[in-house]
Design a protein around this ligand. Structure first.
Ligand SMILES: O=C(O)[C@H](O)[C@@H](O)[C@H](O)[C@H](O)CO
Ligand SMILES: [Zn+2]
Length: 299
């Protein structure tokens, strides 16, 4: 076995850190702090953080092929110009659901921006149920709705051959798979590939590695787990010194490092004393497997 090392590389104190995305061009990790309405860029070489504050909870950020970024802000798909900090709305969803916001989002291998919604939480994982939907924004800014009745739309990624879409609705405690048609962006044939065990708690963000295995951050479980979606077996558990692990991505040189975000919101004073790094950005090295580059939005 390789020797795994876990370190907090940025003591950020995010209320809810989310959406880690590696940006190769700048050797940086992008991430958001949802309740703080912040999009952050941590430069791994200078160790400096730059941030842009927006006007509503921001739940995901992604690269944009034409430059800058895209982000899900409130219930809007937006484009962000980092230099002048300007935000342009590309599309809006759930207009009839005033209490909804977007949650996790990610770009598919064809450049479509996928993101799902949820009702705003009154406390972590406490919310009006079945209010969310899953959407994608195509490069021509057209919005497609896949399904509704979602509780907490969360982790998503695609298989290496682009034929499967993996998806997590947190309160189902399941990692699901769909057949994926990359040409049309259609999904079909939903099935569960893994049911979380009790101590693994709530499945949140997810990413795929070069061997086609899934890494799932377990909210309240203080860990990331590696799953084989073909056999439905858990292959590995990596525990972190914080409970509210929210998402993970590969990055760094050759995508051999894993970055994990986590939350501080919802922790009692006692847990905060025991977990002073809660809300920080963690780096895991020595996993012995690499990840893949994230896809940029093509619009
Ligand atoms: O990080 C996210 O994706 C959500 O926005 C969070 O609120 C947690 O996931 C949720 O509380 C646990 O289910
Ligand atoms: Zn999440």
């Amino acid at each position: 076995m390789s020797s795994i090392k876990i370190e907090c590389v940025l003591p950020q104190k995010c209320g809810c850190g989310e959406s880690p995305v590696w940006e190769e061009a700048s050797n940086s990790l992008l991430f958001v702090d949802i309740p703080a309405k912040k999009i952050c860029q941590w430069n791994s070489l200078s160790k400096q953080v730059q941030q842009v504050t927006v006007d509503a909870p921001v739940s995901s950020v992604a690269l944009r092929q034409s430059g800058g970024y895209v982000a899900t802000i409130g219930t809007k798909f937006c484009a962000l110009n980092w230099e002048n900090q300007s935000v342009v709305v590309l599309a809006e969803v759930d207009k009839d659901k005033k209490n909804n916001r977007f949650n996790d989002g990610k770009v598919d291998p064809a450049g479509r921006y996928f993101a799902g919604t949820m009702a705003e939480e009154v406390a972590p994982a406490v919310l009006e149920r079945h209010q969310g939907s899953l959407y994608s924004l195509s490069p021509d800014h057209h919005v497609k709705k896949y399904f509704d009745q979602v509780d907490i739309s969360n982790g998503l990624d695609w298989s290496l051959d682009h034929k499967i879409f993996y998806y997590i609705d947190s309160l189902s405690y399941s990692v699901d798979a769909f057949d994926y048609d990359l040409q049309t962006g259609q999904i079909s044939n939903r099935r569960s590939v893994y049911k979380l065990e009790k101590e693994e708690q709530i499945p949140d963000g997810m990413c795929i590695d070069v061997e086609g295995r899934l890494w799932v951050a377990c909210y309240n479980g203080g860990r990331v787990i590696r799953l084989d979606p073909e056999t439905g077996k858990r292959l590995q558990t990596v525990k972190l010194p914080v409970d509210k692990t929210t998402s993970c991505c590969f990055g760094g040189k050759d995508y051999s490092e894993m970055y994990v975000t986590c939350a501080r919101d919802g922790m009692d004073p006692d847990s905060l004393l025991r977990q002073p790094e809660a809300g920080g950005i963690f780096k895991i090295t020595g996993l012995g497997v690499k990840g893949i580059a994230s896809y940029p939005y093509a619009g």
